[in-house]
Design a binder for this molecule. Structure first.
Ligand SMILES: Cc1cc2nc3c(=O)[nH]c(=O)nc-3n(C[C@H](O)[C@H](O)[C@H](O)COP(=O)(O)OP(=O)(O)OC[C@H]3O[C@@H](n4cnc5c(N)ncnc54)[C@H](O)[C@@H]3O)c2cc1C
Length: 410
């Protein structure tokens, strides 16, 4: 049996885990870091399957963790990407109300954005027509976010992994399953290796609630995975928007509605989505792959109760977003922001992701903010949904700061 010791063991080599390692090195806290990921390659889950939008910080309630880390995180990740010459599309984003009664939500977003340190600008219908002629506003106003950008998420993950290994971070990949021994600060891996750590960060995304429970924390949370399917504009579609176009979102649920996003490729591909439909398993990306019948049945029960009680305005989500995987409904939602879109303009994209959305059984609500729960010599990062990719470097600092009194290194 082999064994290993490290100051910090990070479970999960997605953007959150990699960023914690990066910030531990940058801040000179420790270089004795091991990252353990169950997959043979990194980026197979959310960090390699997202829209790649570096969000500007407009959506998040001031005071929330999301609000604290999004603007700063986006600024730092954008510089990091630019310094390395990785693909980046500095295309900005416009938010339009699909119905006139949603106009007041633009003011809410502008207020939140300003409070969070983001730049925003109101446009009238003429400005929208000049600058983004494909888009439509139902109220005569639109909100422009100049600092929103788009990156290629997988290129960010791969480059960050490479730099960390070059700086001595140990990567253990493709090891499925472990036994946690929190009282001994030890993990027994499936290949017989025993890893002893000073502090453990659980950054396992879609599995983070399960892993947290193995450390005796986060009992009141359960994962409600929501799948994001994407379509894209065909290359011969007569219009190809050059900026992100988003509808005003329903701020009571953590989904942003069907939007148009140009990629960071040399010839940008415009994706439409992602949808937010219930997934039947944490990693149920396609068809019946990785279906978890017990979990799916329990989650359908939770969703039915949410619908009946309409907690947090849940019915509106069901009516407007739950069935957008059906092409006629997707087209209708897409036409609310770009009226010229027709079924013949779009095709299904290969891209699909699943959000690690938590449901709080105690409050019976979807968890909105990121959660950092303490455990024995460990920190558990749950609900690392959007904008955790954008915010990753700043979020990593916040997570490290919460753990510092515990880190007790050297
Ligand atoms: C459809 C979609 C679109 C999105 N769009 C955006 C966007 O435009 N902008 C944005 O900022 N955010 C976006 N997000 C959110 C963003 O992708 C996530 O917030 C971010 O990637 C979370 O990173 P993570 O490291 O927590 O999780 P992950 O990337 O899922 O990484 C977790 C890692 O843990 C590993 N793991 C799991 N279980 C174990 C275990 N037991 N042992 C060891 N390893 C384990 C997995 O293999 C994986 O590599 C989107 C998400 C989705 C699903």
């Amino acid at each position: 049996m082999s064994s290993g010791n490290c100051d910090v063991l990070i479970l999960g080599g997605g953007m959150v885990g990699l960023s914690i390692a990066h910030q531990l090195l940058q801040r000179g806290i420790t270089s004795s870091i091991t990252i353990l990921d169950k997959e043979p390659e990194l980026g197979l889950h959310s960090s390699g399957r997202n829209s790649g939008v570096l969000h500007a910080g407009l959506y998040y309630k001031p005071g929330s963790i999301k609000a604290q880390v999004c603007v700063e995180g986006a600024r730092r990740l954008r510089s990091w990407v630019q310094e390395r010459g990785l693909p980046l599309n500095p295309c900005g984003k416009v938010i339009v109300p699909p119905r006139a009664e949603l106009d007041a939500q633009l003011d809410v977003l502008a207020e939140r954005g300003k409070a969070n340190g983001a730049e925003v600008e109101f446009w009238d219908a003429d400005q929208l027509q000049d600058l983004v002629p494909e888009a439509r506003t139902a109220s005569g106003r639109a909100l422009w976010s100049p600092n929103t950008a788009v990156v290629k998420p997988i290129s960010v993950v791969r480059r960050l992994r490479q730099e960390l290994t070059d700086r001595g971070v140990k990567m253990l990949q493709g090891l499925q399953g472990f036994k946690a021994r929190p009282e001994q600060q030890q993990l027994a891996l499936s290949d017989g290796t025993e890893l002893t750590y000073g502090h453990l960060f659980n950054c396992t995304g879609l599995q983070a609630d399960r892993v947290a429970k193995a450390f005796g924390t986060g009992d009141q949370y359960t994962l409600l995975p929501f799948k994001g399917l994407y379509w894209q504009l065909k290359a011969n579609c007569p219009f190809q928007p050059r900026t992100n176009i988003y509808p005003v979102p329903d701020l009571s649920v953590p989904f942003l509605g069907v939007h148009f996003t140009p990629s960071a490729d040399t010839t940008p591909v415009v994706s439409i989505g992602p949808t937010a439909t219930v997934a039947f398993g944490r990693e149920n990306y396609r068809g019946l792959e990785a279906v978890e019948p017990g979990m799916a049945a329990a989650n359908i029960g939770v969703l039915a109760r949410q619908y009946l009680t309409n907690r947090g305005g849940f019915r509106r989500y069901v009516h407007e977003q739950a069935f957008l995987a059906l092409p006629p409904l997707l087209i209708r939602a897409a036409q609310e922001v770009i009226p010229a879109v027709k079924p013949e303009h779009i095709e299904l994209s290969q891209k699909v992701g699943i959000r690690s959305q938590l449901f709080n059984r105690t409050t019976e609500r979807l968890q909105d903010d990121f959660l950092c729960l303490p455990g024995p010599c460990s920190t558990h990062v749950l609900n690392a949904i959007s904008p955790a990719f954008t915010a990753s470097f700043a979020l990593a600092d916040l997570i490290i700061d919460l753990a510092v009194p515990e880190l007790n290194l050297g």
